[in-house]
Write a protein that binds this ligand. Structure first.
Ligand SMILES: Cc1cc2nc3c(=O)[nH]c(=O)nc-3n(C[C@H](O)[C@H](O)[C@H](O)COP(=O)(O)O)c2cc1C
Length: 495
């Protein structure tokens, strides 16, 4: 028989103890706040002052759900993220009632529709493009939109496996980033571009110099090489992988010590000039027989004009087979904030600078242009093609396809979606087969949607875009065509 009186008295005694403990804890915190000297708000408003720090921290996570408008957040607003989520789930880009995109907003892209768009049966498949046609083993790249460099280490094992498998299904390339080549990159049998970062992970000897034997080995497994001079999030700074993310596995693949931050030099030690760069390009091409390109960030015309001049002096054959230009607002696993915030032009200025320099020097046909930097929707890809890019790549677009929720924790090993963490429990959320399908859906959607834009502009496929096919809003009610904003170096497009 339960005695109600005794039970109630027990409950009240327990509650009394609990209240006592809570009051004691609050009292200790109160005294702590009063005595500490670091935080003025806590010292002046003991206990209550703590709320400020708590709410500020929570705001980082919850602002996006309750307060931020659909088109407000950075780096990517909810509208853009949702577009990627929908396309990667293959539930697509159809909307009802009308756009919420304010077409009077400065910077908006408006494509120039043709009075008589192409009919279904007049459309042509976007043709593949050869990178490095004169190499021993040229790379025939099938699709326009591909996966940008993200290293294993910055990304988790299941993330790389899902990217590789999805890329294989969609026929797009995957760039390894600077962390070396792993079995996970090879799993999906997709085309691969191997990135040679300044630390040369995967192709370095014991002194950190290029090891030709390893280079030749890697060359048997990948389609092309990219020498990284800079990336948009941290120009002039080497790759950074915080010690917390240098697991035994990452350490083994990179050939470095476990648990110690992996910091690449801020420049290839042996590349001090354009001529040094062209020497290294020639060396990698000779050893591997594969096309070799570079990745850079541009903030003015001079460096690219100087490089074109050096190429012309040595002969057109010495040119890189492609140049990837990364916008200054690019993403990263970890970067010093001052470099991310203030160094490097965004792509909307640097892409025209690159294309115009190649056109003016007559190298546009020889050197393929890969545009990178916030090109996560088909409209932005269309813009890049209009300016003059041959291909586009995106890193964060494919991270969204993997399930990334932009929690901005890539440098902490605490990514809640398993994309950038080596924590096995958090990686469970990223189911490789499921996310590989999403990567493939997103890649196909981007590539098909950009053709849809082209058809609306009266073109048979997206490779026919030119600058007069897009306008950019300057102020409400006032737009300019891209060829007015960035006139081609000569009257006709010269490619
Ligand atoms: C997690 C992460 C890791 C990255 N790792 C590399 C890298 O190893 N090498 C590189 O050149 N760029 C790296 N990047 C930069 C991307 O390749 C790309 O240039 C940049 O994010 C801009 O493209 P996006 O706006 O489409 O993300 C990384 C970016 C992210 C988000």
């Amino acid at each position: 028989m339960i005695n109600v009186g005794t039970t109630l008295s027990w409950i009240f005694t327990i509650l009394g103890w609990m209240a006592g403990i809570v009051i004691l804890v609050l009292l200790v915190m109160f005294v702590q706040d009063l005595l500490q000297t670091q935080h003025a708000v806590r010292r002046n408003f003991p206990l209550v002052g703590r709320l400020r720090y708590f709410l500020e921290r929570q705001g980082e996570y919850f602002r996006q759900y309750f307060f931020a408008n659909d088109r407000e957040e950075l780096p990517f607003n909810r509208m853009t993220r949702n577009w990627v989520y929908r396309t990667s789930k293959n539930i697509g880009g159809t909307i009802g009632f009308g756009t919420t995109n304010d077409l009077r907003e400065p910077g908006s892209i408006v494509f120039v529709n043709a009075p008589y768009p192409v009919l279904e049966d007049e459309r042509q498949p976007t043709p593949p493009l050869v990178i490095g046609p004169d190499c021993a083993q040229p790379f025939v790249a099938e699709r326009i939109v591909n996966i940008s460099g993200m290293s294993f280490g910055a990304l988790s094992e299941p993330a790389v496996r899902a990217l590789s498998t999805g890329a294989g299904q969609a026929g797009i390339w995957l760039n390894t980033g600077e962390g070396g080549l792993t079995p996970y990159h090879l799993e999906g049998n997709c085309p691969l571009i191997f990135q040679i970062g300044t630390a040369k992970y995967g192709v370095r000897d014991e002194h950190g110099r290029l090891d030709e034997r390893l280079l030749a080995e890697v060359g048997k497994r990948v389609n092309a090489f990219e020498i990284k001079l800079a990336q948009g999030a941290k120009p002039g700074h080497g790759g950074v992988l915080p010690g917390v993310k240098v697991t035994a596995q990452v350490a083994r693949i990179r050939g470095i010590a476990e648990g110690v931050a992996s910091i690449s030099p801020n420049r290839h030690p042996e590349i001090r000039s354009d001529d040094d760069l062209l020497d290294v390009i020639a060396r990698v091409r000779d050893v591997t027989g594969r096309p070799v390109g570079i990745k850079l960030v541009l903030s003015s015309e001079h460096p690219i004009h100087a490089l074109c001049g050096a190429i012309l002096r040595r002969g057109v054959d010495s040119a890189p087979d492609f140049i990837t230009v990364d916008g200054g607002d690019g993403g990263t696993g970890a970067a010093p904030q001052v470099l991310a915030d203030h160094v490097g032009l965004p792509l909307n200025e640097s892409l025209p600078i690159l294309v115009d320099a190649l056109l003016a020097s007559g190298l546009r046909q020889r050197v393929r242009v890969i545009a990178s930097g916030k090109l996560v929707t088909s409209a932005h890809v269309g813009w890049a093609l209009c300016v003059g890019a041959d291909f586009t790549v995106t890193a964060r677009g494919f991270m969204f396809a993997l399930g990334c929720i932009q929690s901005l924790q890539c440098h902490k090993d605490t990514c809640p979606t398993g994309v950038t963490t080596h924590n096995k429990r958090l990686q469970k959320g990223l189911v490789v087969t499921d996310k590989a399908t999403r990567v493939a859906h997103y890649a196909r959607w981007m590539n098909e949607d950009v053709d849809r834009l082209a058809h609306s502009c009266g073109l048979a496929h997206a490779r026919q875009f030119q600058r007069h096919h897009a306008r950019i809003i300057q102020a409400p009610g006032r737009s300019l065509r891209l060829d007015q904003l960035f006139p081609y170096p000569s009257a006709d497009r010269q490619d």
